[in-house]
Design a binder for this molecule. Structure first.
Ligand code: ATP
Ligand code: MG
Length: 373
């Protein structure tokens, strides 16, 4: 996969700026707040239609404009495609591939695959479970575009069920008999929609686990083993369990937590509360003191993600390194370079080139970013 060019119009601090990528490695260098991350964010949007930093499109559109555009030419399995995403402050989006407007997000997803590694990713080890769930979801959206619809549907069901739990808690609102039939309905919906997500996430973690372990051993010099396991609220017999088995288990768990849910007025069972456990030599990585070990772990996770996407789609995704390369010591920088070589198109941001190994600088296209230009 090769991103040939990108054109940003009224996107963040870019008013009208094109860039051609003439080398498999591009280093975007500039002072703070000049637009380096904004550029990577535009590529992240092409890959996932989401941004890790922005919760709504209004934030992505330049302050002085009602709408923004990201246009790109991407070469996928040897064929070039023109992609356009129009964003509006209102939140309405238009997606086009080769001039053809698309009705569904799922038709656009999969056009671009990318792995983003930023300083925020240390949250994968140190942060709460939400960052780990978002990571899995971001990978699944790229591997299986319909997953975005499954997530959206689950969110709607969860919202409805939570509203009903709140109403039940407040006896003045609902009559109890009515709402218990309604609750049985939403339990079923939650179990069906939730199982789809849980099963996919559990299988993804199962596939990432040996790859991440391989990279972690390689980077740590064979000293340490890494284990990833999915921790669902609903005990999964195994990641390959059938949908029926998981749904039945899900409903059982809902029954078991019914009183607590009612007291709290919110759903306690489901993939919105799941987590991924990461252990180094059988010890929870989160409790591990060394920052260096946590960095190694995150780098291993990202390389595993890259390798898995490559296996599934048949060519390497783009690699976006936001501010992280300079934080890796020269040994890890070179491990990373050995892993990606020139096969993987890589966009790197930095405020200074000084801490880069010479191997990274040779043959890289170096782009100065200043004030959205
Ligand atoms: P750092 O080295 O600090 O990470 P950076 O070059 O990555 O800096 P970005 O995050 O890409 O910086 O860009 C931040 C700049 O973009 C800030 O000056 C910010 O004010 C501006 N900006 C962000 N959103 C918008 C927007 N919607 N409209 C206009 N400008 C924006
Ligand atoms: Mg930045």
């Amino acid at each position: 996969m090769y991103l040939r060019s990108l054109h940003l119009r009224h996107f963040r601090n870019y008013s009208d700026q094109g860039i051609q990528f003439g080398s498999p490695k591009t280093i975007l260098v500039g002072d703070n707040a000049q637009g380096k991350t904004n550029l990577l964010e535009a590529v992240e949007l092409l890959a996932t239609l989401r941004s890790r930093r922005a919760s709504r499109d209004r934030e992505l559109v330049s302050h002085d404009s009602p709408q923004a555009q990201i246009a790109a030419t991407i070469e996928r399995l040897g064929v070039a495609h023109e992609l356009v995403v129009d964003l509006r402050s209102s939140g309405r989006r238009t997606l086009k591939v080769n001039g053809q407007p698309l009705r569904r997000q799922a038709e656009f997803l999969g056009q671009v695959n990318a792995v983003l590694f930023s300083s925020l990713d240390l949250d994968l080890v140190r942060g709460g479970p939400e960052s780990r769930r978002n990571w899995l979801d971001g990978v699944l959206i790229q591997l299986e575009p319909i997953y975005t619809g499954l997530l959206e549907h689950y969110r709607k069901v969860l919202k409805q069920r939570n509203a009903l739990l709140k109403a039940q808690r407040d006896p003045a609102g609902h009559s109890l008999t009515d709402s218990s039939t309604e609750m049985a309905f939403w339990n079923g919906e939650l179990a069906t929609a939730g199982s789809r997500i849980m099963r996919r996430r559990a299988r993804l973690v199962q596939r990432l686990d040996p790859l991440a372990d391989h990279w972690h051993r390689a980077i740590s010099g064979g000293q340490e083993t890494l284990t990833l396991s999915y921790h669902p609220q609903v005990p999964l017999p195994d990641p390959q369990a059938t949908a029926e088995v998981v749904q039945a288990q899900f409903l059982q768990e809902i029954q078991a937590k019914a009183a607590a849910e009612l007291a709290l007025g919110s759903s306690l069972v489901g993939p919105h509360r799941d987590d991924v456990e990461m252990s180094i030599n059988q010890t929870a990585a989160r409790a591990y003191g060394s920052q260096g070990q946590q960095r190694t772990l995150v780098l291993a996770l990202k390389l595993a993600e890259l390798q898995l996407i490559e296996q599934v789609i048949g060519e390497p995704p783009l690699l976006l390194l936001d501010d992280v390369l300079a934080e890796l010591d020269l040994h890890r920088q070179n491990q990373l370079l050995d892993a990606i070589q020139t096969r993987v198109q890589t966009l790197v941001t930095t405020t200074h080139l000084g801490s880069f190994d010479a191997r990274w600088l040779s043959a890289a296209q170096i782009v100065q970013v200043h004030g959205g230009q």
